[in-house]
Design a protein around this ligand. Structure first.
Ligand SMILES: [Zn+2]
Ligand SMILES: [Zn+2]
Length: 183
């Protein structure tokens, strides 16, 4: 069984992380464990943007990858960006092994709405499966209900399923990177 380690970056709600670890294996044929360490997001903070540069977090994660690790998925509450975009929900290394997702813009409170933990959990799951899909070399999918559809707002994330469409599924089934059974 392929193992995904969930790496907290800064202060992350423990219950949210544990729920994510239980939910990801329902979307991908993997097991999840919480990584036994944390990463400090501070070195990737850029004061002029008041955001954290996600590529720098991915770079610093490299030092934490151990030989037995298959994928390392960082989860953070800080706001992420890459220089060409205002913000990103996450970023991944195409082909693996590292990916990062942020809950910052997944909270209903960010948009002035009432807190909704169930919705937050769903969005985090979809973003996590999406970024893990990129680590499996999947690119964006035209099917807007597929977890690999691109999304620039939470409304688009909410339209997606938390699973891969048949086409994306067949793409990675043929690769040794992720042999296993899908739902
Ligand atoms: Zn993407
Ligand atoms: Zn797809």
């Amino acid at each position: 069984m392929k193992l995904v380690h969930l790496l907290p970056v800064g202060k992350v709600d423990g219950a949210l992380l544990r729920d994510l670890g239980r939910a990801i294996p329902r979307s991908l044929p993997v097991a999840c464990e919480i990584f036994p360490a944390e990463l400090d997001p501070t070195p990737s903070y850029h004061a002029e943007r008041q955001q954290h540069h996600s590529s720098e977090i991915l770079q610093r994660m490299q030092a934490l990858v151990r030989p037995q690790d298959w994928r390392l998925l960082a989860v953070t509450d800080v706001d992420l960006y890459i220089p060409i975009l205002k913000y990103v929900f996450g970023e991944a290394q195409m082909g693996g092994p590292c990916a990062v997702v942020s809950t910052h813009r997944l909270h209903q409170e960010f948009y002035g709405l009432d807190r909704d933990d169930a919705l937050l959990g769903q969005r985090l799951l979809k973003e996590s499966v999406h970024e893990l899909g990129h680590t499996l070399d999947l690119r964006h999918c035209q099917d807007y209900t597929c977890v690999m559809a691109s999304s620039h707002s939470v409304e688009w994330i909410d339209l997606r399923e938390s699973t891969l469409c048949d086409s994306c599924r067949s793409k990675i089934k043929s690769r040794p990177a992720l042999a296993g059974r899908y739902r």
